[in-house]
Design a protein around this ligand. Structure first.
Ligand code: SAM
Ligand code: SF4
Length: 461
């Protein structure tokens, strides 16, 4: 066992380099300012004919009460509630605009409230916005509606409001239960608070709860993090996300508030990852891949077995093929071959939507080559294997010729038994799951260009 662990650690060390998380392909740094609001508007209209199918909505609520020093999300820290009121009014205009173009018969099968902190809205604001969206769109009766919650300063009434708006999945930010770690990242969140919010959620009939943790935070040690993991496993949420701390101070300058001498070393970080996998698997969770664990009875684990898993901007998902429309600053939409992103600048967002326009400032139209590579990367990430013949039939290519470059890059994973290739399949072996980003990177056509520009991605392990 000891020998195996050392092997894994040396593998993880070898592949610990910057790389994307592939919640999309191409990745966001490829999006271009040449794509704007008018392109987005006509593309939405076209989507009614080309796809015309189910839709998925994303609502970005950027506000938070206080700043967590590790935060990598698009947030606005404010105690000024007037700002939130103004934002909700603007988002409603954007919802109106999109709904007026979309075919009203198209059903919403999925909606996510993300942030920032959606639960920082007041219960009345949550009721109001939920009602508004439901008036503008037609929801499928079994629509999956998820909400990101921060257990701090949250009342039962917030949860009631989300549930009355149809929410059926909650995701709670916890990060770490250790008091010293919490202090070091400016996020004091007593354990009891988290437990209370989970109990309330159960009381309200929520059957799917996810908890977010982060490994690699300041002052974390294997001993302290083991205690957190054990406590979370005891609480028994259906899903647990354990994110690798993305330390990107060149993009998020507030991360410089973290004392770098308190950060775990690369070795310690890898130990934390291994500890996480061992502890949660022993507790009965399935490692779905890329930071995500689920109970074997959870749809995420079940759908992975059936090769029906998908990956989107929220991570893994069980809903396929819905066109995604995002609302709010920084929100990303994706449908057909289109990616479109709203401005991250709040005044610019207001200016656009108040003038009856979209706030799109970046976008991208995928080529056929992008579509092929996206399919390959997403199947590898979700199914942990790829059938070359399936790709050949779908896209009319000869896999070994088309991907000669990528196959040469994959050679390095073979002797380490991270992947295997036989019977026309590329299979990600158990240890390969830990370096799945690196495996996917072999199929990414843009990495060399992006690497030349400037540091963008966090480290892969
Ligand atoms: C929008 S927050 C969740 C809701 C709420 N704002 C909260 O923090 O409780 C999304 C999650 O992203 C993760 N996260 C934030 N910054 C991160 C970073 N720099 N590296 C890795 N994960 C991060 C955290 O686990 C956090 O719970
Ligand atoms: S982690 Fe969550 S609560 Fe903390 S600043 Fe980021 S978005 Fe806000």
């Amino acid at each position: 066992m000891q020998h195996e662990e050392n092997d894994l650690l040396s593998i993880l060390k070898k592949f610990d380099r910057p790389g994307p998380r592939y919640t999309s392909y191409p990745t966001a740094p490829i999006f271009s300012p040449a794509y704007g609001a008018s392109e987005y508007s006509s593309d939405i209209e076209r989507s009614n004919n080309s796809s015309g199918g189910p839709i998925s909505l994303y609502l970005h609520i950027p506000f938070c009460d206080t700043l967590c020093y590790f935060c990598g999300c698009t947030t606005i820290i404010t105690k000024n509630r007037q700002k939130i009121t103004e934002y909700i009014e603007a988002v409603k205009k954007e919802i109106d605009h999109t709904a007026s173009i979309l075919d009203p018969d198209r059903k919403v099968v999925q909606m996510a409230w993300g942030g920032g902190t959606p639960s920082y809205l007041l219960p009345d604001e949550i009721y109001d916005l939920s009602r508004y969206i439901r008036e503008k769109f037609s929801f499928a009766p079994d629509a999956e509606i998820s909400v990101e919650l921060d257990p701090r300063e949250l009342a039962f009434e917030h949860l009631e409001a989300f549930v009355s708006g149809g929410a059926n999945r909650f995701s709670l930010g916890v990060q770490d239960f250790d008091e010293h770690v919490q202090k070091a990242v400016n996020r004091i969140q007593p354990e009891e608070l988290t437990k209370r919010v989970i109990a309330w959620s159960r009381e309200l009939g929520i059957k799917s709860i996810n908890v977010d943790l982060i490994y690699g935070l300041p002052l974390q040690t294997p001993e302290t993090f083991k205690r957190t993991l054990d406590k979370i496993a005891d609480i028994s949420p259906e899903r647990i996300a354990v994110f690798n701390f993305a330390y990107v101070p060149w993009m998020k300058p507030h991360q410089k508030l973290i004392h770098t001498d308190q950060l775990p070393s690369a070795d310690e970080k890898l130990q934390l990852l291994q500890l996480t996998i061992d502890t949660l698997c022993e507790a009965g969770y399935v490692y779905v891949g890329m930071d995500h664990f689920a109970k074997p009875t959870d749809e995420l684990a079940l759908e992975q077995k059936r090769k029906k898993l998908h990956r989107n901007f929220q991570g893994y998902s069980i809903k396929a093929g819905a066109d995604l429309f995002g609302f709010g600053m920084s929100a990303i939409s994706h449908f057909g071959n289109v990616y479109a992103q709203n401005t991250k600048d709040l005044p610019a967002y207001y200016e656009a939507v108040n003038a009856g326009k979209f706030a799109t400032v970046l976008g991208y139209k995928m080529s056929q080559d992008d579509e092929i590579r996206k399919y390959v990367i997403m199947r590898l990430m979700c199914d942990l294997e790829l059938d070359k013949q399936d790709v050949e039939q779908r896209f009319g290519i000869r896999f070994d010729i088309y991907f000669a470059d990528a196959l040469a890059k994959l050679e390095e994973f073979l002797p380490l038994k991270l992947i295997s290739m036989e019977d026309g399949r590329i299979v990600i072996e158990d240890n390969g799951r830990f370096v799945i980003r690196n495996i996917a990177m072999c199929f990414d056509a843009y990495l060399d260009k992006l690497r030349k520009d400037k540091p963008i991605f966090s480290r892969t392990v």
